[in-house]
Design a binder for this molecule. Structure first.
Ligand code: ATP
Ligand code: MG
Length: 368
Protein backbone atom coordinates (compact mmCIF):
# COMPACT_ATOMS: atom_id res chain seq x y z
CA UNK A 1 0.00 0.00 0.00
CA UNK A 2 1.39 3.41 -0.93
CA UNK A 3 0.34 6.83 0.21
CA UNK A 4 0.14 9.12 -2.83
CA UNK A 5 -1.09 12.49 -1.54
CA UNK A 6 -2.18 14.28 1.60
CA UNK A 7 -4.30 17.42 1.50
CA UNK A 8 -5.07 19.45 4.61
CA UNK A 9 -6.93 22.66 5.29
CA UNK A 10 -7.03 24.37 8.66
CA UNK A 11 -5.55 21.33 10.35
CA UNK A 12 -3.50 22.49 13.39
CA UNK A 13 -0.85 24.91 12.04
CA UNK A 14 -1.45 23.85 8.43
CA UNK A 15 -3.61 26.46 6.66
CA UNK A 16 -3.57 24.69 3.33
CA UNK A 17 -1.25 22.01 1.99
CA UNK A 18 -0.94 19.33 -0.63
CA UNK A 19 1.88 16.83 -0.31
CA UNK A 20 2.97 14.19 -2.80
CA UNK A 21 4.66 11.02 -1.65
CA UNK A 22 6.77 8.47 -3.48
CA UNK A 23 7.16 4.73 -2.90
CA UNK A 24 10.26 4.22 -0.73
CA UNK A 25 11.46 6.86 1.72
CA UNK A 26 9.85 10.29 2.21
CA UNK A 27 11.37 12.78 4.64
CA UNK A 28 9.55 15.71 6.25
CA UNK A 29 12.28 17.92 7.67
CA UNK A 30 12.29 21.23 9.44
CA UNK A 31 12.97 23.01 12.71
CA UNK A 32 10.97 22.33 15.86
CA UNK A 33 7.28 23.28 15.96
CA UNK A 34 6.88 23.71 12.18
CA UNK A 35 4.22 21.04 11.50
CA UNK A 36 6.08 17.77 10.83
CA UNK A 37 4.26 15.74 13.47
CA UNK A 38 1.00 17.46 12.58
CA UNK A 39 1.30 16.06 9.05
CA UNK A 40 2.01 12.51 10.29
CA UNK A 41 -0.80 12.73 12.83
CA UNK A 42 -3.09 13.76 10.00
CA UNK A 43 -2.10 10.75 7.85
CA UNK A 44 -2.40 8.33 10.78
CA UNK A 45 -5.86 9.64 11.60
CA UNK A 46 -7.11 7.77 8.54
CA UNK A 47 -5.70 4.50 9.88
CA UNK A 48 -6.77 4.93 13.46
CA UNK A 49 -9.92 7.00 13.13
CA UNK A 50 -8.75 9.68 15.56
CA UNK A 51 -5.68 11.61 16.62
CA UNK A 52 -3.03 9.36 18.17
CA UNK A 53 -1.98 12.28 20.40
CA UNK A 54 -5.20 11.95 22.39
CA UNK A 55 -6.60 15.20 20.96
CA UNK A 56 -10.29 15.62 20.23
CA UNK A 57 -11.25 16.85 16.74
CA UNK A 58 -11.91 20.34 18.10
CA UNK A 59 -8.21 20.58 19.10
CA UNK A 60 -7.17 19.74 15.56
CA UNK A 61 -8.91 22.80 14.11
CA UNK A 62 -6.50 25.61 13.26
CA UNK A 63 -6.75 28.33 15.92
CA UNK A 64 -9.42 30.87 14.95
CA UNK A 65 -11.14 28.55 12.44
CA UNK A 66 -14.32 26.48 12.80
CA UNK A 67 -13.38 23.25 11.09
CA UNK A 68 -10.79 21.31 9.13
CA UNK A 69 -10.78 19.21 5.99
CA UNK A 70 -8.19 16.53 5.33
CA UNK A 71 -7.87 13.88 2.65
CA UNK A 72 -5.52 11.20 1.39
CA UNK A 73 -5.17 9.25 -1.81
CA UNK A 74 -3.38 5.93 -1.71
CA UNK A 75 -2.73 2.99 -3.95
CA UNK A 76 -3.63 -0.58 -3.05
CA UNK A 77 -3.57 -3.78 -5.09
CA UNK A 78 -7.16 -3.08 -6.03
CA UNK A 79 -6.42 0.41 -7.34
CA UNK A 80 -6.34 4.00 -6.21
CA UNK A 81 -8.54 4.97 -3.26
CA UNK A 82 -9.37 8.18 -1.44
CA UNK A 83 -10.46 8.95 2.10
CA UNK A 84 -11.76 12.32 3.28
CA UNK A 85 -12.52 13.66 6.71
CA UNK A 86 -14.26 16.93 7.45
CA UNK A 87 -14.97 18.39 10.86
CA UNK A 88 -17.11 21.49 11.20
CA UNK A 89 -18.38 22.87 14.54
CA UNK A 90 -18.89 19.47 16.16
CA UNK A 91 -20.10 17.50 13.17
CA UNK A 92 -18.06 15.06 11.11
CA UNK A 93 -18.23 13.75 7.58
CA UNK A 94 -16.14 10.84 6.42
CA UNK A 95 -15.95 9.67 2.84
CA UNK A 96 -14.37 6.74 1.07
CA UNK A 97 -13.96 7.21 -2.67
CA UNK A 98 -16.48 10.04 -2.46
CA UNK A 99 -19.22 8.04 -0.66
CA UNK A 100 -20.13 8.66 3.01
CA UNK A 101 -18.81 6.10 5.50
CA UNK A 102 -19.08 5.62 9.25
CA UNK A 103 -16.01 5.64 11.49
CA UNK A 104 -16.05 1.83 11.73
CA UNK A 105 -16.17 1.62 7.93
CA UNK A 106 -13.22 4.00 7.54
CA UNK A 107 -10.83 1.96 9.71
CA UNK A 108 -9.17 -0.97 7.93
CA UNK A 109 -8.94 0.73 4.51
CA UNK A 110 -5.74 2.74 4.81
CA UNK A 111 -3.31 0.83 6.99
CA UNK A 112 -0.30 2.41 8.68
CA UNK A 113 2.21 1.62 11.40
CA UNK A 114 3.31 4.56 13.52
CA UNK A 115 6.51 4.73 15.55
CA UNK A 116 7.19 7.84 17.63
CA UNK A 117 9.32 8.57 20.73
CA UNK A 118 6.31 8.11 23.07
CA UNK A 119 6.10 4.50 21.90
CA UNK A 120 8.92 3.53 24.23
CA UNK A 121 6.01 3.17 26.63
CA UNK A 122 5.11 0.05 24.71
CA UNK A 123 7.96 -1.61 26.59
CA UNK A 124 8.33 0.66 29.64
CA UNK A 125 4.74 1.65 30.29
CA UNK A 126 1.68 0.15 31.97
CA UNK A 127 -0.16 -2.90 30.52
CA UNK A 128 -2.73 -0.61 28.89
CA UNK A 129 -0.04 0.61 26.47
CA UNK A 130 0.54 -2.94 25.24
CA UNK A 131 -3.20 -3.63 25.05
CA UNK A 132 -3.62 -0.44 22.97
CA UNK A 133 -0.84 -1.59 20.62
CA UNK A 134 -2.54 -4.96 20.15
CA UNK A 135 -5.99 -3.42 19.73
CA UNK A 136 -4.89 -0.94 17.05
CA UNK A 137 -2.77 -3.49 15.19
CA UNK A 138 -5.51 -6.13 15.16
CA UNK A 139 -8.27 -3.68 14.23
CA UNK A 140 -6.46 -2.50 11.10
CA UNK A 141 -6.31 -6.06 9.73
CA UNK A 142 -9.64 -7.21 11.22
CA UNK A 143 -12.05 -4.28 11.54
CA UNK A 144 -14.70 -6.54 13.20
CA UNK A 145 -12.39 -6.68 16.20
CA UNK A 146 -13.24 -3.01 16.91
CA UNK A 147 -16.92 -3.85 17.25
CA UNK A 148 -16.03 -6.62 19.67
CA UNK A 149 -13.99 -4.17 21.77
CA UNK A 150 -16.86 -1.65 21.77
CA UNK A 151 -19.28 -4.35 22.86
CA UNK A 152 -16.86 -5.46 25.58
CA UNK A 153 -16.49 -1.91 26.92
CA UNK A 154 -20.27 -1.46 27.12
CA UNK A 155 -20.73 -4.75 28.97
CA UNK A 156 -17.86 -3.87 31.31
CA UNK A 157 -19.37 -0.46 32.04
CA UNK A 158 -22.76 -1.99 32.86
CA UNK A 159 -21.25 -4.70 35.02
CA UNK A 160 -19.07 -2.18 36.88
CA UNK A 161 -22.10 0.04 37.43
CA UNK A 162 -24.03 -2.85 38.97
CA UNK A 163 -21.06 -3.90 41.13
CA UNK A 164 -20.75 -0.31 42.37
CA UNK A 165 -24.45 -0.26 43.32
CA UNK A 166 -24.06 -3.60 45.09
CA UNK A 167 -20.96 -2.31 46.91
CA UNK A 168 -22.87 0.74 48.15
CA UNK A 169 -25.86 -1.42 49.12
CA UNK A 170 -28.27 0.39 46.75
CA UNK A 171 -29.15 -2.86 44.99
CA UNK A 172 -28.37 -6.57 45.31
CA UNK A 173 -29.27 -8.35 42.11
CA UNK A 174 -27.33 -11.60 41.71
CA UNK A 175 -29.37 -12.67 38.72
CA UNK A 176 -28.48 -9.53 36.79
CA UNK A 177 -24.85 -9.87 37.86
CA UNK A 178 -24.79 -13.45 36.53
CA UNK A 179 -26.10 -12.27 33.21
CA UNK A 180 -23.46 -9.50 32.82
CA UNK A 181 -20.79 -11.93 34.05
CA UNK A 182 -21.64 -14.45 31.35
CA UNK A 183 -21.56 -11.79 28.62
CA UNK A 184 -18.31 -10.32 29.92
CA UNK A 185 -16.62 -13.74 30.09
CA UNK A 186 -17.85 -14.51 26.58
CA UNK A 187 -16.53 -11.31 24.94
CA UNK A 188 -13.33 -11.31 27.04
CA UNK A 189 -12.61 -14.82 25.75
CA UNK A 190 -13.15 -13.75 22.13
CA UNK A 191 -10.85 -10.74 22.57
CA UNK A 192 -8.19 -12.90 24.23
CA UNK A 193 -8.35 -15.36 21.34
CA UNK A 194 -7.76 -12.56 18.82
CA UNK A 195 -4.85 -11.21 20.83
CA UNK A 196 -3.26 -14.62 21.43
CA UNK A 197 -3.44 -15.54 17.79
CA UNK A 198 -2.13 -12.09 16.77
CA UNK A 199 0.86 -12.46 19.10
CA UNK A 200 1.57 -15.92 17.71
CA UNK A 201 1.91 -14.33 14.27
CA UNK A 202 3.83 -11.28 15.52
CA UNK A 203 6.34 -13.09 17.75
CA UNK A 204 8.40 -14.91 15.08
CA UNK A 205 8.72 -11.74 12.96
CA UNK A 206 9.65 -9.63 16.00
CA UNK A 207 12.22 -12.23 17.04
CA UNK A 208 13.85 -12.28 13.59
CA UNK A 209 13.85 -8.49 13.37
CA UNK A 210 15.43 -7.95 16.79
CA UNK A 211 17.95 -10.64 15.96
CA UNK A 212 18.93 -8.70 12.79
CA UNK A 213 18.86 -5.31 14.52
CA UNK A 214 21.07 -6.47 17.37
CA UNK A 215 23.61 -8.37 15.27
CA UNK A 216 22.26 -11.71 16.61
CA UNK A 217 22.86 -10.67 20.23
CA UNK A 218 19.26 -10.39 21.38
CA UNK A 219 16.38 -12.84 21.40
CA UNK A 220 12.88 -11.48 21.78
CA UNK A 221 9.89 -13.33 23.17
CA UNK A 222 6.43 -11.87 23.51
CA UNK A 223 3.54 -13.76 25.04
CA UNK A 224 0.01 -12.99 26.18
CA UNK A 225 -0.52 -12.69 29.93
CA UNK A 226 -3.95 -13.30 31.35
CA UNK A 227 -5.36 -14.61 34.57
CA UNK A 228 -7.68 -16.78 32.52
CA UNK A 229 -6.25 -20.03 31.20
CA UNK A 230 -6.74 -21.78 27.88
CA UNK A 231 -6.35 -20.97 24.21
CA UNK A 232 -9.77 -21.55 22.67
CA UNK A 233 -12.64 -19.13 23.39
CA UNK A 234 -14.61 -21.83 25.25
CA UNK A 235 -11.63 -22.75 27.47
CA UNK A 236 -10.91 -19.09 28.21
CA UNK A 237 -14.57 -18.34 28.92
CA UNK A 238 -14.80 -21.30 31.35
CA UNK A 239 -11.67 -20.06 33.11
CA UNK A 240 -13.08 -16.52 33.43
CA UNK A 241 -16.40 -17.85 34.76
CA UNK A 242 -14.49 -19.82 37.39
CA UNK A 243 -12.52 -16.70 38.41
CA UNK A 244 -15.67 -14.57 38.60
CA UNK A 245 -17.47 -17.31 40.59
CA UNK A 246 -14.64 -17.64 43.12
CA UNK A 247 -14.18 -13.89 43.54
CA UNK A 248 -17.72 -12.57 43.57
CA UNK A 249 -17.49 -11.07 47.05
CA UNK A 250 -14.11 -9.49 46.29
CA UNK A 251 -15.56 -7.86 43.19
CA UNK A 252 -18.59 -6.55 45.08
CA UNK A 253 -16.30 -5.15 47.78
CA UNK A 254 -14.15 -3.49 45.10
CA UNK A 255 -17.17 -2.24 43.15
CA UNK A 256 -15.60 -3.15 39.80
CA UNK A 257 -14.61 -6.07 37.56
CA UNK A 258 -11.29 -7.51 38.67
CA UNK A 259 -10.78 -9.88 35.73
CA UNK A 260 -11.20 -9.64 32.01
CA UNK A 261 -9.60 -8.48 28.77
CA UNK A 262 -9.12 -5.00 30.27
CA UNK A 263 -6.62 -6.46 32.75
CA UNK A 264 -4.49 -8.53 30.38
CA UNK A 265 -0.96 -7.76 29.25
CA UNK A 266 1.77 -8.95 26.91
CA UNK A 267 5.07 -9.94 28.46
CA UNK A 268 8.20 -8.97 26.55
CA UNK A 269 11.43 -10.80 27.30
CA UNK A 270 14.86 -10.11 25.83
CA UNK A 271 17.32 -12.98 26.30
CA UNK A 272 14.88 -14.45 28.80
CA UNK A 273 14.55 -11.42 31.08
CA UNK A 274 11.89 -8.72 31.28
CA UNK A 275 12.60 -5.89 28.83
CA UNK A 276 10.40 -3.63 30.94
CA UNK A 277 12.26 -4.16 34.19
CA UNK A 278 15.82 -4.72 33.00
CA UNK A 279 16.16 -3.52 29.39
CA UNK A 280 18.55 -0.65 28.68
CA UNK A 281 17.18 2.42 26.85
CA UNK A 282 18.79 1.26 23.60
CA UNK A 283 17.46 -2.27 23.99
CA UNK A 284 13.96 -0.99 24.72
CA UNK A 285 14.08 1.25 21.66
CA UNK A 286 15.20 -1.67 19.49
CA UNK A 287 12.40 -3.85 20.88
CA UNK A 288 9.82 -1.20 19.96
CA UNK A 289 11.31 -0.84 16.48
CA UNK A 290 11.27 -4.64 16.04
CA UNK A 291 7.64 -4.79 17.20
CA UNK A 292 6.58 -1.97 14.88
CA UNK A 293 8.34 -3.51 11.86
CA UNK A 294 6.83 -6.88 12.83
CA UNK A 295 3.39 -5.27 12.97
CA UNK A 296 3.96 -4.33 9.31
CA UNK A 297 5.00 -7.91 8.45
CA UNK A 298 1.86 -9.40 10.03
CA UNK A 299 -0.25 -6.83 8.23
CA UNK A 300 1.38 -7.89 4.96
CA UNK A 301 0.86 -11.60 5.73
CA UNK A 302 -2.81 -10.91 6.47
CA UNK A 303 -3.68 -8.44 3.71
CA UNK A 304 -1.08 -9.14 1.02
CA UNK A 305 0.54 -5.70 1.22
CA UNK A 306 2.67 -3.63 3.55
CA UNK A 307 1.05 -0.82 5.51
CA UNK A 308 2.65 2.62 5.25
CA UNK A 309 5.32 3.15 7.93
CA UNK A 310 5.24 6.51 9.72
CA UNK A 311 8.33 7.25 11.80
CA UNK A 312 8.15 10.45 13.81
CA UNK A 313 11.43 11.80 15.09
CA UNK A 314 12.97 8.43 15.86
CA UNK A 315 15.92 8.36 13.48
CA UNK A 316 18.09 10.55 15.72
CA UNK A 317 17.50 8.11 18.55
CA UNK A 318 18.63 5.07 16.58
CA UNK A 319 22.30 4.28 16.14
CA UNK A 320 23.89 4.05 12.69
CA UNK A 321 23.27 0.30 12.28
CA UNK A 322 19.60 0.52 13.17
CA UNK A 323 19.03 3.64 11.11
CA UNK A 324 20.70 1.97 8.15
CA UNK A 325 18.52 -1.09 8.67
CA UNK A 326 15.36 0.99 8.53
CA UNK A 327 16.38 3.14 5.57
CA UNK A 328 18.24 0.65 3.41
CA UNK A 329 16.34 -2.58 3.97
CA UNK A 330 13.09 -0.99 2.88
CA UNK A 331 12.22 -3.58 0.23
CA UNK A 332 8.80 -2.55 -1.01
CA UNK A 333 7.93 -0.71 2.21
CA UNK A 334 6.94 2.94 2.01
CA UNK A 335 8.25 5.09 4.85
CA UNK A 336 7.31 8.64 5.79
CA UNK A 337 9.61 9.99 8.45
CA UNK A 338 10.32 13.26 10.16
CA UNK A 339 13.61 14.79 11.28
CA UNK A 340 14.91 18.22 12.19
CA UNK A 341 17.78 17.99 9.69
CA UNK A 342 17.95 16.72 6.15
CA UNK A 343 21.68 15.99 6.53
CA UNK A 344 22.50 12.31 6.51
CA UNK A 345 19.74 11.49 4.03
CA UNK A 346 20.62 10.78 0.41
CA UNK A 347 18.66 13.24 -1.80
CA UNK A 348 18.92 10.80 -4.71
CA UNK A 349 17.10 8.11 -2.74
CA UNK A 350 14.79 10.11 -0.49
CA UNK A 351 11.83 12.36 -1.34
CA UNK A 352 12.64 15.47 0.71
CA UNK A 353 9.89 17.81 1.86
CA UNK A 354 10.87 20.90 3.83
CA UNK A 355 8.44 22.08 6.53
CA UNK A 356 8.28 25.66 7.78
CA UNK A 357 5.42 27.23 9.66
CA UNK A 358 2.86 24.76 8.30
CA UNK A 359 4.07 25.18 4.71
CA UNK A 360 5.46 22.15 2.89
CA UNK A 361 7.98 22.56 0.07
CA UNK A 362 9.02 19.63 -2.07
CA UNK A 363 12.70 19.62 -2.97
CA UNK A 364 13.50 18.73 -6.58
CA UNK A 365 14.89 15.19 -6.81
CA UNK A 366 18.43 14.70 -7.95
CA UNK A 367 18.72 11.68 -10.19
CA UNK A 368 21.09 9.04 -8.92
P1 ATP B 1 9.19 19.05 16.68
O1 ATP B 1 10.41 18.95 15.83
O2 ATP B 1 9.44 19.88 17.88
O3 ATP B 1 8.58 17.75 17.00
P2 ATP B 1 7.04 19.54 14.76
O4 ATP B 1 7.44 20.18 13.47
O5 ATP B 1 6.77 18.09 14.76
O6 ATP B 1 8.15 19.94 15.83
P3 ATP B 1 4.27 19.93 15.42
O7 ATP B 1 4.03 19.03 16.58
O8 ATP B 1 3.83 19.42 14.10
O9 ATP B 1 5.80 20.37 15.32
O10 ATP B 1 3.55 21.30 15.81
C1 ATP B 1 3.72 22.49 15.07
C2 ATP B 1 2.98 23.64 15.69
O11 ATP B 1 1.58 23.42 15.56
C3 ATP B 1 3.21 23.92 17.16
O12 ATP B 1 3.82 25.17 17.29
C4 ATP B 1 1.82 23.98 17.76
O13 ATP B 1 1.65 25.05 18.67
C5 ATP B 1 0.96 24.20 16.55
N1 ATP B 1 -0.43 23.80 16.74
C6 ATP B 1 -0.92 22.71 17.39
N2 ATP B 1 -2.25 22.68 17.35
C7 ATP B 1 -2.63 23.80 16.67
C8 ATP B 1 -3.89 24.32 16.30
N3 ATP B 1 -5.03 23.71 16.63
N4 ATP B 1 -3.91 25.49 15.58
C9 ATP B 1 -2.75 26.12 15.23
N5 ATP B 1 -1.55 25.65 15.57
C10 ATP B 1 -1.48 24.51 16.28
MG1 MG C 1 7.31 16.58 16.08
Amino acid sequence: MNLLTLTAENYRNIASARLNFVPGVNLLYGKNAQGKTNALECVYLFARGKSYRGSGDEDLVRFGEKGFHIGISYKTRSGEQTLDYRYWEGSRKRQKNGAPVKLSEMIGNFRAVLFCPEHLSLVKGAPQERRAFLNIAIAQCRPVYLKLCDEYNKILENRNCLLKEMQKGFRYDLEELESWTDRLADTAAKIAEYRISYLKKLAPHAKDLLNDLSGSRETLQITYQSEAEGETPSEIKESYLKLFGENRNREIAAGCSLFGAHRDDAEILVNGISARAYGSQGQQRSVVLALKLAEGEVCRDETGEYPVFLFDDVMSELDETRRGYVLRETGDRQIVLTACESGGFDPRAVNMIGVENGIFTEQPRTEG
